[in-house]
Design a protein around this ligand. Structure first.
Ligand code: ADP
Length: 155
């Protein structure tokens, strides 16, 4: 059976941390679906179209990678795609506690889906989309933190 994984996230915006997790994990699966989740409780900074277009620019030519977006529960989205794995990155113990709660609830709802964690590269441990947004809001240069070739500007 095909090993299909979903990498869910807001990617608001995509960072070098996300890029690293995606590139490192692609060999683990037959197919990796980068899935931009619309979080009802969270207003995004960049539009859905803008966030998707950066992902397409970066990974659109990769054969094993699909890029899409979804609403609702991640486990329901996984079922609709026949994905048996959810991929998440871990930076800190705070990430671990947060992910443990979600991962275990997902496991109760869908016992056949496994959450797989990759430890982030040490140089990206402090990097988050929210820090990148803060730097942008204050007119700073974020080029060190976002993937090569991606140009961000304040929306
Ligand atoms: P969410 O709002 O679902 O956490 P994000 O876009 O912030 O969405 O993150 C998506 C995934 O990428 C999460 O698993 C997160 O832990 C991981 N991630 C975010 N930043 C980094 C980073 N710097 N290094 C490794 N993984 C990261």
């Amino acid at each position: 059976m095909e090993r299909i994984a979903v990498f869910p996230g807001s990617f608001d915006p995509v960072t070098k941390g996300h890029e690293s997790i995606i590139r490192r994990s692609v060999s683990l699966f037959d197919k990796l679906i980068i899935a931009l989740g619309e979080n009802a409780g969270k207003q995004s900074y960049f539009t859905l179209d803008q966030r998707l277009s950066w992902l397409h620019e970066l990974f659109g030519r990769e054969q094993k990678i699909e890029i899409t977006h979804y609403d609702g529960l991640t486990v329901n989205f996984c079922q609709s795609k026949r994905a048996k794995f959810i991929l998440r990155g871990l930076r800190t113990s705070a990430d671990f506690e947060f992910e443990r709660g979600i991962g275990q609830m997902n496991k109760l709802m869908s016992p056949d889906i496994e959450t797989v964690f990759l430890l982030c590269e040490p140089e990206y441990a402090s990097l988050s989309s929210s820090i990148v947004r803060d730097i942008l809001r204050h007119g700073g240069d974020v080029s060190l933190f976002i993937p090569e070739g991606i140009r961000l500007s304040t929306p």
